[in-house]
Design a protein around this ligand. Structure first.
Ligand code: ADP
Length: 179
């Protein structure tokens, strides 16, 4: 399916922003807010990955992103399993969005984008991370949190609550300090 047929069918510019969002952080939210302004509808897709042990379960991630994007009238959040291109096509999306932070992201992302286009005709649109979030990633946040570090400036307060509950390092230190 091409972008043009999607447009003709739904008459809406629909984009899918797929990811793991475990946990969602300020860089993700920034990208969602900026992208929502570019499309009629933006669907944040939380991909299920049975091979990875997640910090937050899928419904909790969905509820959290829904809360954090409630001010954006054209953003919805869905959980999906299987190929991202199949998910995007089911929704009638014309484009897949991915965030790029630095050149290190490009190798993997370019290969995915080219492969996705060749199997589905769907284009991937890359959006640069904002400068203040260039080095922010969920895995880094989990590492810092597990080591008892302060991640309050990296995630929304609601996500911080999950990290405090789930990251043992944070819990231990806080209990140790009597906080
Ligand atoms: P994935 O495992 O699919 O990379 P992530 O949850 O890590 O899932 O990221 C989801 C999307 O958000 C990806 O396109 C990723 O490039 C983008 N992203 C991650 N961190 C940032 C950031 N700091 N700023 C902007 N986009 C980001």
């Amino acid at each position: 399916m091409t972008t043009r047929t999607v447009m003709a069918k739904s008459n809406q510019r629909i984009a899918v922003f797929p990811g793991t969002f475990d946990p969602v952080h300020l860089g993700h939210i920034d990208l969602i807010e900026r992208s929502a302004a570019l499309f009629d509808r933006l669907v944040v897709g939380i991909g299920e990955n049975p091979e990875k042990t997640a910090l937050m379960d899928l419904p909790a991630r969905k509820a959290l992103i829904e809360n954090l994007t409630a001010h954006l009238g054209n953003v919805t959040v869905e959980i999906y399993r299987g190929l991202t291109v199949a998910f995007a096509q089911r929704l009638g999306a014309g484009v897949i969005l991915r965030g790029i932070r630095h050149v290190g992201d490009l190798d993997f992302e370019m290969r995915m984008a080219v492969t996705n286009r060749s199997v589905s005709g769907l284009d991937t649109l890359f959006i640069m991370a904002s400068p203040q979030y260039l080095f922010l990633s969920s895995s880094l946040i989990k590492q810092i949190a597990a080591g008892g570090g302060d991640v309050a400036s990296m995630v929304p307060p609601e996500a911080l609550q999950h990290l405090k509950r789930k990251a043992p390092g944070i819990k231990k230190r806080r209990q140790g300090r009597g906080a």
